[in-house]
Design a protein around this ligand. Sequence first.
Ligand code: G3H
Ligand code: 13P
Ligand code: ZN
Ligand code: NA
Length: 308
Amino acid sequence: PLVTTKEMFKLAYEGNFAIGAFNVNNMEIVQGIVAAAKAENAPVILQASAGARKYANSVYLRKLVEAAIEDTNLPIALHLDHGDSFEICKQCIDDGFTSVMIDGSHHPFEENIELTRKVVEYAHERGVTVEAELGQLAGIEDDVNVSAENATYTNPDQAVEFVERTGVDSLAIAIGTSHGAYKFQGKAKLDFERLEKITKMLPNFPLVLHGASSVPQEYVQMCNQYGGNIPGAKGVPEEMLREAAKYGVCKINVDTDLRLAMTSAVRKLFTENPAEFDPRKYLGPGRDAIQKIVQHKIKNVFGSSGVA
Ligand code: G3H
Ligand code: 13P
Ligand code: ZN
Ligand code: NA
């Protein structure tokens, strides 16, 4: 069934694991993700960004997710990723999304609270769960590009005040992750002390980790080997994600790894079969690659297998 994130976060919190939240942009991506979730009997969050809604047209994404639910019978949440206004959140709630993110993290604290509170009020009256964000990740999302110097980690005291005053259901925190394929210049580092503090100060409250792709080097190499050019791509080590899931982190966002897996598979196919021009012959392997990486994450990193 189409569900909110409430029940899955409760399971994740109590079981010290995390639910995978995967970005969807087309049919093959949706199918690859839910084939993996089905194989692992795992609940899953399918999330659409503003860019995804613009690319695919929101109604196609919604209907694809509906089809995925009918096909798999899994508990699936349809979530708006990085909503930047009340209006876009309202639109998605009215359209049947079961969860929305209002990302007011670029606004001053009081404005972020005000905006989030307004979305929470509208969403809760309609049985929809809300994620907000406090603190700023470095990296690129849509048109906002935050440099590493401008990234600010989440302040634990502010997080408590923010959650109390907004009534939000989950909170995305900044502890050193960032969006995209180039997360760390040198060694990967996350602020686990901060995560532990936030977890202790907000007991039983679900936290969200954005920018959590691992950028597996096998896919980076595969991309580069078959004509790509993404030198130095680097992500969050899987061990750190396992560790984060032991704390309050209940939702782990992944987009970049899906892009990498799909693209490297398509590049390989084209390089080895230059005469191929049937889209099914390259989108199929792209879809298989997504299933493989998502299944690996669910089973070996997030720990959400078997609870759907
Ligand atoms: O947070 C960013 C997600 O990876 C979505 O990316 O805005 O290019 O769809 P997008
Ligand atoms: P990645 O770029 O690390 O996959 O993060 C995706 C994300 O946070 C979507 O909201
Ligand atoms: Zn994000
Ligand atoms: Na957790």
